[in-house]
Ligand binder design. Structure first.
Ligand SMILES: *Cc1c(COP(=O)(O)O)cnc(C)c1O
Length: 450
């Protein structure tokens, strides 16, 4: 029995894995990872894999990054955790100062949680509570975009629109208003993404005009709907949305949990539209992929609406046990140090160009409808029929063939349905990108044969 098998047999007796039909593992081997270094993961049999999905989009500067490791070792000797109500610590103070400085103008207050979904819950609750605190009790609803994803907890799921994750739980969920979004995949032939965004914005404009009085906030994933199979849209939509939210008196929540920290080519995606949201949710890359931490940033105006005598009961009485964990904040500070010390955004521009060139030939593939890219996210949409864009039936699970081919060829490429994508750590090199592109191409060929 191999070392891998020894561990996975034990695993399958007791571990229930996320986002997994466990029965799949009767066929599909689970892979136990012994160690990581840079872009590489290594299993217990010595096989190696390039982590092309950044371990679910969290890792920025590689596994076992020496600088983040060193910072964590130091912090570990000082303080592992302390309650953040009534107490504080230097790592959370420093992180908050820095986040306020690097995020769009006006986001001056940081509220921490320990995962992305919770950051979204915080934003939704805070927005609703703000309106109550300022005496408006009519606002109880939230608007989201079609194909959006904001997490798995019930509140976050309610403002999402990926049926696969949501449908089962529908009877439990608050009723969000879902507006057709600007996903550029659906543009008319010859139309630009900016034009498509303007046309699609009419749906949003109408919703806000008709129902603005009952709406607390609009929540969006700026520029890329990652869980919604890496669908992308033009910054023009965000500019129009910011202006409309202002004129109809509705908050704008930017969920940059996946796209933040350089993924779209700028430190934050909102920068490309030159807008500031009323709330910004960050997680995933926040700690460089080391530890669970999330933050919801908001404005002085929102903060002030909660700031009052205790007995007026306007405080935001939300908490999580591990809020602002010092080790997680230290990993986040070390991650921001790397952004400060290295020319990350600049270097990524070159890597993004390499990703583009290495996959360009896929545009001619008979089963590829689109190769799209925003910064360090590149996605390839597989279809049954290139001309009509008819998708492969989802039941065929052709993406799994890409996944398995990649595993046999030193790559972790985990498709989303029939979309194969690259979202690698920023420490990847050109040769590794070319290897991933080659493996992806072979995997796509295998996935498309009958
Ligand atoms: C991953 C993700 C979330 C949820 O974060 P978790 O830490 O998985 O709860 C929310 N929004 C977006 C855009 C995400 O990609």
């Amino acid at each position: 029995m191999s070392n891998n098998t020894r561990i996975t047999q034990r695993d399958l007796r007791h571990v229930w894995h996320p986002c997994t039909q466990m029965k799949d593992h009767e066929q599909l081997p689970l892979i136990p990872i012994r160690r990581g270094a840079g872009v590489w993961l290594e299993d217990y049999d010595g096989n190696r894999y390039i982590d092309a999905v950044s371990s679910w989009w969290v890792n920025l500067f590689g596994h076992a990054n020496p600088r983040i490791n060193a910072a964590l070792r130091d912090q570990l000797e000082q303080l592992e955790h302390v309650i953040l109500a009534g107490f504080t610590h230097e790592p959370v103070v420093r992180l908050s100062e820095r986040l306020v400085k690097i995020t769009p103008e006006g986001l001056d207050h940081c509220f921490y949680a320990d995962n992305g979904s919770s950051a979204v819950e915080v934003a939704l609750k805070m927005s609703f509570h703000y309106w109550r605190n300022v005496g408006n009790r009519k606002k109880t609803r939230f608007v989201c975009l079609s194909n959006s994803y904001h997490g798995e907890t019930l509140g976050a799921l309610a403002v999402g629109d990926v049926a696969l994750y949501k449908e089962t739980y529908e009877p439990l969920l608050l009723q969000a208003i879902t507006v057709p979004g600007p996903d550029c995949y659906h543009r008319e032939p010859g139309q630009s993404c900016a034009e498509h965004a303007r046309v699609m914005f009419e749906h949003m404009e109408r919703t806000l005009a008709e129902q603005g009085e009952e709406i607390c906030a609009v929540i969006v994933e700026p520029l890329v709907q990652c869980a919604g199979t890496m669908r992308m849209y033009d910054p023009e939509y965000l500019r129009l949305l910011r202006a409309a939210c202002d004129s109809y008196g509705v908050h704008l929540i930017a969920d940059e949990i996946a796209v933040g920290f350089g993924r779209t080519g700028t430190l934050f995606a909102c920068e490309q539209a030159d807008i500031s949201p009323d709330f910004m949710c960050l997680s995933k890359g926040l700690t460089g992929g080391y530890l669970p931490l999330s933050v919801t940033l908001t404005t002085g105006k929102v903060y002030e609406a909660f700031y009052d005598e205790y007995t007026n009961l306007t405080a935001f009485l939300h908490s999580h046990s591990y809020t602002g964990n010092p080790l997680a904040c230290t990993a986040a500070n070390a991650t921001l140090d790397i952004f400060e010390q290295d020319n990350v955004i600049e270097n990524n521009r070159r890597l993004a160009q390499v990703m583009k060139e290495a996959t360009a030939h896929l545009n001619d593939h008979p089963h590829v409808a689109e190769v799209r890219q925003t910064g360090m996210i590149l996605a390839v949409e597989l279809v049954k029929d290139k001309a009509t864009r008819e998708p492969f039936p989802w039941q065929e699970r052709r993406g799994l063939r890409i996944y398995q081919h990649a595993l046999a060829n030193q790559a972790l490429l985990r498709p989303l349905g029939h979309v194969s994508y690259l979202m690698p750590p920023y420490v990847i090199d050109e040769e590794q990108i070319h290897h991933l592109a080659k493996v992806m191409h072979e995997g796509i060929d295998l996935a498309c044969v009958d």
